[in-house]
Design a protein. Sequence first.
Length: 292
Amino acid sequence: MRGRAGTPWLHLAPALLVLGALLVYPVYQLGLISLLEYTQAQVSGGEPVSFRGLANYSELFGDERFRQVLLATVLFAAACVVSTLTVGCALAVLLTRVRALPRLALMLAALGAWATPAVTGSTVWLFLFDPDFGPVNRVLGLDGFSWTYGRSSAFLLVLLEVVWCSFPFVMVTVYAGIRAVPAEVLEAAALDGASQWRIWRSVLAPMLRPVLVVVTLQSVIWDFKVFTQIYVMTGGGGIAGQNLVLNVYAYQQAFASSQYGLGAAIGVVMLLILLAVTLLYLRLLRRQGEEL
């Protein structure tokens, strides 16, 4: 029995070793650098590396700018996650209602958006919303309006691009989950007079909860660590850093200011926040009796 119980772990051992090499060691190095005085002087060998303990973290949390960026990151990521899940789930339901040809066209269009590199997608969106030549401004009658000048409009523009490149994953995953639901269940709900919204809320959503857990957690991780879209579309964080998020702020601290210890500390804070959110979400689901 013991041999049989250990067989799954034996099969997983190669993958676990690869993940350990690619994940554990970099995380260890990140945590180590966050505890050191590690600037360009230490990198070049001009000064010795010194141990600072939690001084980098104290400096971070004592910095008003860091707290503002942290709050902006949380709010922006929450808006992206909610918007992505809403669009993805709505289109997944739509896929079950349309014929084969429109379904194929929508699938191909969505997968095209998903496959587009973030840099390319961000550049295209900047052109579409360009103040002088962008077709969106011409259609809306907003010639000369700069979406990236204002803080709110810039965040909105980036949010739209993030949702555009993220919703296909949610759509395809949820659509596959819906197709796995027995048709008899949906027919019975329809015969009982349930509306489409009621069928989704009372029938599909509970049955798709394991799938929704996966897409929600994946969206949280992706959207909380957005970098490329913010960096490209706002020129590195917007005017006077008004559109900074933690990933871009960490990049500025580590590479623009050569404060590698502070940049690593921001990375550790992001890692801990994502880990806490994931564990909390899974714990709440387990309390509700969900098998994951």
